[in-house]
Design a protein around this ligand. Sequence first.
Ligand SMILES: [Cu+2]
Length: 315
Amino acid sequence: MADPAGGSHRARSEDARHAWRIFAIWFVLSAVIDPLYYFLAGPHMPPGAETSAASGAQFDLNVVMVTAMPVVIAVVLYLGYAVVVWGAKRSGDREAVGGPKYTRNLRVQMAFIGVTTLIVMGMFVFGTVELIVPAGAGGGEGPNPIWTPTSKTILPIQVIAQQWKFTYRYPTFGGFETDQLMLPDNTTVAFHVTSLDVIHSFWAYQLGVKADANPAEDNVAYTTTQQTGEFTVRCSELCGLWHGSMYDFGHIMTKQGFEQWATSTEQKLAPATKLLPKFAYTYVPDANGADGGYYPDNVDPYSNVETYGASTTQS
Ligand SMILES: [Cu+2]
């Protein structure tokens, strides 16, 4: 009461001292932990780097982590600092914080609103750019994707889902159908995902590709392979009793290995391919019997831009 002006001045400079100390600790922790995460853990984050879509998803995850960790550090650090420095002691010290002067603080409020707005709007811009710029993320963008890859040799592969398995047709290799999913390395692939019965979803985890498989729908997802290796394929849309066992494995092979596999499989399966319905972007299940047959639908208009292996096409 004797000297309120002097007391508040002392409190304010003490506040500033605490603020700068917290800021310094936060800055050092963030400057150490962020690069440690990005360079040591970042390259091992899911879904890996087998394709362009996968490394795109990995990069997005790492950017979000690097943005989020300083926020987490700030919250935990402030909590810890408050407990250690401002905690009321059992000896009966008066409580160090509180009182009317803490009920409003324009600078803290403006800083909070400013920083959170910046982070959220930055994430919005980053997310939008990442959706558009990689041109054809493996999301399944309907029959006529707005953003198409620039590659001139796009390998089309049709993914046909049905209860409860996936099969794959290679239209530029005579349209054979197999339950093996083989991809060549360093190649842009266009997955044409469709279904013969109920709704399914084609999820090739390590490829960063996930596209809904709907009957009478040609859903396109692009990705470009970058490494050889194995990947898993799972149905990710509850589709009936054996949904959980609707999975298999695919391989990214060398280009030469793929050419060999594709041409030899085309020859080997030629007698069976003749019995299949002609390749189409969608099919209608055969209503005349329970023989599992189907016939082309062709209801979807489609711009055929894919040429990979087209020289060997027989149709
Ligand atoms: Cu399914």
